[in-house]
Design a protein around this ligand. Structure first.
Ligand code: PBG
Length: 331
């Protein structure tokens, strides 16, 4: 790069007019970049507020369809489903995770009938289905059982694929699950079912409101997932994780959380050149909401800047609880 000197070069020249700012803009955020996560409850007409996520609800099936139609109307390409399972359906062997008549498969069949054009991403992990809220099965001594968990995840993924899922998104961080799920899908003829791997998922404090939303951990209580989710200190390990998931058959990779982990997004995107998604998680939602509530700040500007910057870091798409609002503002 050759830098000429002031006043030949005035960086402010291109910034001085709206038209030149538009022409020289390097990153644009559009509605094509958004995925809207939706929480579900097992109910026809019900809806519940979520204490830790003001403005976000748990939806019964009718409300789900209404929200899904709103997403299509706002040109959001896809939604992601997260269930709040009834406590009686939580078991140590997580068997409700692959029950074809459980909430998620029923929701999938309904969505595919009512809004076939909307992409549906489903989370594959056991935490909503176990009484302890861990993403895996536990041994007698309380250890997470990697391979036993994978065999449940494969059944869960197949159950969702049969019900019409477009994208299987394993968020559990067990070793080897992408390869096993890919093999299961291929051997059952699901050649076009995509796998979005939560490849670099950090053991973050920012998931607390989500855990309240799906009822996996009570608000105020903590849960230790450090034996499978990544240490926030590590960047090279993220590259290794993501490369393995790609080799095992992931079509897209995810970094999670997003805002505090933009460096990870950039490195994965530049190094692996795969579709790279980011999850602006529940704690990031809460941070922005609280800041704006406390200070009367302009939520719209904060939200759009947060999403734009995640995109600038290299994300191709962003899971965000702000997706519906953002899509409205971007239309
Ligand atoms: C569970 C899962 C979590 C999130 C998505 N899938 C929480 C966790 O790992 O405990 C977090 C999403 C959010 O915070 O918005 N497999």
């Amino acid at each position: 790069m050759i830098f000429s000197q002031y006043p030949a070069t005035r960086m402010r020249r291109n910034r001085s007019d709206e038209f030149s700012r538009r022409l020289t803009r390097e990153t644009t955020l559009t509605r094509n970049d958004l995925v809207y996560p939706i929480f579900l409850i097992d109910s026809e007409n019900g809806e519940e507020e979520i204490r830790s996520m003001p403005g976000i609800k748990r939806h019964g099936l009718n409300s789900l369809i209404k929200t899904a139609k709103a997403c299509v109307h706002k040109n959001i390409p896809a939604i992601a489903l997260f269930p709040r399972i009834n406590d009686k359906d939580k078991h140590l062997d997580a068997r409700s995770a692959y029950d074809d008549n459980a909430l998620i498969p029923r929701a999938l069949r309904l969505l595919k009938k009512e809004v076939p054009e909307l992409g549906i991403v489903v989370d594959v992990a056991l935490d909503p289905y176990t009484p302890h809220g861990q993403d895996g099965l536990l041994s007698e001594s309380g250890k997470i059982l990697n391979d036993e968990t994978i065999s449940i995840l494969c059944k869960q993924a197949l159950s969702y694929a049969y019900a019409g899922a477009d994208v299987i998104a394993p968020s559990d961080m067990m070793d080897g699950r992408i390869g096993a799920i890919r093999k299961a899908l291929e051997s059952h003829g699901f050649y076009d079912t995509k796998i979005l791997s939560y490849a670099a998922k950090y053991a973050s404090n920012l998931y607390a409101p989500f855990r309240d939303a799906v009822g996996s951990v009570q608000i105020g209580k903590s849960i230790d997932k450090k034996t499978y989710q990544m240490d926030p200190s590590n960047l090279q390990e993220a590259l290794h994780e993501a490369a393995l998931d790609i080799a095992e058959g992931a079509d897209m990779i995810m970094v999670k959380p997003a805002m505090l982990y933009c460096d990870v997004i950039r490195v994965l995107k530049d190094t692996l050149a795969k579709p790279t998604f980011a999850y602006q998680v529940s704690g990031e939602f809460a941070m922005i909401k609280s800041a704006c509530n406390l200070n009367g700040l302009n939520e719209r500007d904060w939200i759009l800047e947060s999403l734009l910057c995640i995109k600038r870091a290299g994300a191709d798409a962003i899971f965000s609880y702000f997706a519906l609002d953002a899509a409205e503002w971007l239309s």
